[in-house]
Design a protein around this ligand. Structure first.
Ligand code: SF4
Length: 383
């Protein structure tokens, strides 16, 4: 426990932009001890046997599994995963359109590696590549611009999947392509934005969520101000967390300590309330809000990003006639429920049996940020 009147014996809340200091095992233990005491008090104060917190970000899901943090949690604290893995929340119909684009003979389809093995309705990019399609993994949209510049005979399309973290880099690539006159580059804009799915989840009300571990990477760009509605309109607090073990535990400690729901930042070495204004400006210059289809949540108005009309010439949606069939969800896959936090990955009947990272049935088992992949990789089948 924290000694009365003294500072906590573990890394305290970031006061400024100093780099992260890794906590020692003993410091983590003390942090967990404080969480035990304060979670019990918070549960009693709120008159509930347990407090369910949702980690929104897929990177948090993976960090929590990798550090084995669930084993350190008090019985009053339950952690569930949310819709924060961009590949996982991409709707089947959108995956099918990526596949349809990859099948066009003139197209070189570029994407991040996470997407390659994700099952679409009838195929995957890996299967299409094996069948002869020109599918290439890139590390940034700018890499795709370079490919287009080097191969003017190809139509190079970048599959733009991700949240506010990656969207500004895609916006920058689009501006660069336009400035350099790389006319054979285009983007299929499937980006999504973060705050609105949390509103959708709370409105659905399937699970009593006591608070959110808010995403670290996304909040670097967006800031924390956009989450205020959670506390104001829904009475649910949130804490922006970093990705070290002590970051997550400290954010949980802040959540259980909240007497009044509030939005806090426990990742001040990277996140400011107002976010990164340069990245926001870049994004606003190139993209605008649109409706987006989320796996598990359906269409959420205004939660996606599309290219502004000024960039229509670089919009793959307008450049190509994309014909994809009716989307088909894999039989038995319950990714939608996992992404809404109503189903633990291990509760899916296919988990670890028919569905493994080597032979995935659903997106949540493929992505490096997927809840099923995290559970399988770090907890195995024991639970
Ligand atoms: S274990 Fe596999 S099939 Fe089940 S929800 Fe997860 S990804 Fe889908």
């Amino acid at each position: 426990m924290t000694p009365a009147g003294g500072p906590p014996p573990y890394p305290s809340r970031d006061a400024d932009a100093r780099p992260s200091v890794a906590a020692s095992p003993a410091a983590l233990r003390r942090l967990a001890d404080d969480l035990f005491v304060e979670a019990r008090a918070a549960a009693a104060r709120r008159g509930t046997p347990d407090l369910t917190f949702m980690e929104v970000c897929g990177t948090h899901t993976m960090a929590i599994a990798r550090y084995g943090l669930r084993d350190l949690l008090p019985p009053e604290v339950r952690l569930i995963s949310g819709p924060g893995c961009p590949v996982c929340v991409t709707a089947m119909g959108d995956l099918d359109r990526v596949i349809a684009l990859a099948r066009l003979p003139a197209v070189t389809l570029t994407t991040f590696g996470d997407l390659i093995r994700v099952p679409a309705s009838r195929s995957s990019l890996a299967a299409e590549r094996a069948a002869g399609a020109d599918v290439r993994v890139v590390y940034s949209a700018r890499d795709a611009v370079e490919i287009a510049a080097a191969e003017p005979g190809r139509q190079v399309v970048f599959a733009g999947i991700g949240f506010e973290t990656t969207a500004p880099t895609v916006a920058a690539a689009l501006l660069e392509a336009r400035t350099r006159g790389v006319a054979n580059f285009s983007v299929l804009g499937l980006h999504k934005t973060m705050p609105l799915p949390l509103k959708a989840l709370l409105e659905l009300g399937e699970t009593e969520i006591a608070g959110f571990l808010l995403p670290g990477h996304v909040s670097v760009v967006t800031g924390s101000a956009g989450y205020q509605f959670l506390a104001r309109d829904f009475g649910v607090g949130g804490v922006v967390a970093g990705f070290e073990a002590h970051d997550v535990l400290r954010a949980l400690l802040s959540l259980v300590r909240q007497a009044t729901p509030a939005i806090e930042i426990e990742y001040a070495r990277a996140v400011r309330p107002e976010g990164n204004l340069v990245a926001q400006g870049l994004l606003a210059r190139v993209m605008e809000p649109c409706d987006a289809d989320w796996r598990g949540l359906g269409v959420i108005p205004g939660s996606g990003l599309r290219l502004r009309g000024e960039f229509a010439a670089l919009d793959a949606e307008r450049r190509f006639a994309i014909h994809a069939g009716e989307p088909l969800e894999p039989a038995g896959c319950r990714c939608g429920e996992v992404l809404r936090g109503v189903l633990d990955p291990a509760e899916c009947a296919l988990f670890g049996a028919r569905c493994t990272p080597e032979d995935p049935v659903g997106a949540c088992m493929v992505s490096s940020e997927g809840a099923c992949a995290a559970r399988y990789r770090y907890r195995g089948l024991d639970d």
